[in-house]
Design a binder for this molecule. Structure first.
Ligand SMILES: [Zn+2]
Length: 198
């Protein structure tokens, strides 16, 4: 669990009580409105996330979602998202892995919160290099035009994006940009983990 003080934008744990934003959020303007993560990306969580993503431990999502609701129910009430949208995988990667971990997490959150999941609206149209292999600048370029809205209108005003890990927020920002261009007013995120120390 991430304890206070935490960044008012991305929810990352802050070392200094007097700070409002993490150094990353002070440095750049995000497109998403606000977000939180359930856990810091510690060594223990690294192992858990690896098993969840690559070793088919899909059942972990139930535990992650329960922790999310326990910690952040107030944000669900405050943000009032109409829908949960998982950050999509490109179909080639989906086929290889067999499931989208962000979607499994979204489904569990939906089961506990009653907020529906829409996994057909946002598509990943570019099969990108994994973000963890790139630096900050390359991350932005890598995801340019990676996502698209399917169909011609978006009926949602407030969207909650889910993903497994938030690091610099490039992926969430890219999705938020596409959604906002499609008419969504507010984009929030909830991820299982958030990186530390930048
Ligand atoms: Zn932040």
């Amino acid at each position: 669990m991430i304890k206070q003080p935490a960044c008012l934008k991305c929810g990352k744990k802050l070392e200094d009580e007097a700070q409002e934003y993490c150094s990353d959020c002070m440095r750049k303007e995000h497109i998403f409105d606000r977000g939180v993560a359930v856990f810091s990306y510690t060594d223990a969580m690294k192992k858990s996330m690896y098993a969840f993503k690559y070793n088919n431990r899909r059942e972990y999502a139930g535990f992650y979602a329960e922790c999310a609701l326990n910690s952040y129910e107030r944000y669900f009430k405050l943000w009032r998202p109409e829908v949960i949208i998982p950050v999509p995988l490109h179909k080639a990667r989906y086929r290889k892995r067999g499931y989208n971990q962000a979607e499994i997490f979204a489904n569990e959150l939906s089961r506990l919160s009653g907020i529906p999941v829409d996994n057909g609206l946002l598509k990943r149209v570019k099969n990108t290099v994994p973000q963890k292999e790139l630096n900050d600048k390359e991350r932005v370029h890598n995801l340019n035009n990676a996502f698209q809205i399917m169909g011609d209108s978006v009926k949602y005003r407030r969207v909650l994006l889910t993903d497994d890990i938030y690091t610099t927020g490039t992926t969430i920002d890219e999705c938020a940009g596409v959604l906002k261009a499609g008419g969504v007013s507010n984009v929030y995120f909830l991820t299982v983990c958030i990186g530390r120390g930048f």
